[in-house]
Design a protein around this ligand. Structure first.
Ligand SMILES: [Ca+2]
Ligand SMILES: [Ca+2]
Length: 140
């Protein structure tokens, strides 16, 4: 009888651990880059791995019709990208360099980058709050 209780206890607690692991994995979900896009920090419009005032400057230059400098590979400013936002994982189509998801690329995007870089709040309409600096996946 004791042996039977040990088996039942082992099976019961083993099942609880398995359920907890499955629940944890399903709550955390896949990383954005695992969905097929390239890892990208939202707001890094130069694709150099940093989000800094140079990204803001590139937006201002593009808005003024001047050339922009980007690392390769990197989407072209204004081209649609599929943004894979983190958990809950979902996809949206955004114009690259429209970092505040307003529908246009202009000085407010540059301001949002500068305010985010300074740790200040900024106006944005992206699916997740405070998207600048978020590691997402992008496909283009
Ligand atoms: Ca950058
Ligand atoms: Ca914008």
């Amino acid at each position: 009888m004791d042996r039977y209780l040990e088996v039942v206890r082992f099976w019961f607690f083993g099942s609880l651990v398995a359920i907890a692991l499955v629940g944890f994995v399903s709550l955390t979900g896949p990383e954005p880059a695992e969905a097929g896009g390239q890892p990208h920090y939202w707001g890094d419009v130069q694709c150099d791995g940093d989000i800094d005032p140079v990204d803001a400057l590139m937006i201002l230059r593009w808005d003024a019709g001047l050339s922009v400098t980007q690392s390769s590979p990197c989407p072209t400013f204004g081209n649609n990208v599929i943004a894979e936002w983190p958990w809950p994982l979902y996809l949206t189509v955004e114009a690259f360099a429209d970092v505040n998801c307003s529908g246009s690329i202009n000085s407010t995007d540059a301001l949002a980058i500068q305010r985010a870089d300074a740790g200040l709040p900024y106006a944005e309409w992206c699916p997740p709050a405070n998207p600048i600096g978020l590691l997402i996946g992008i496909a283009y």
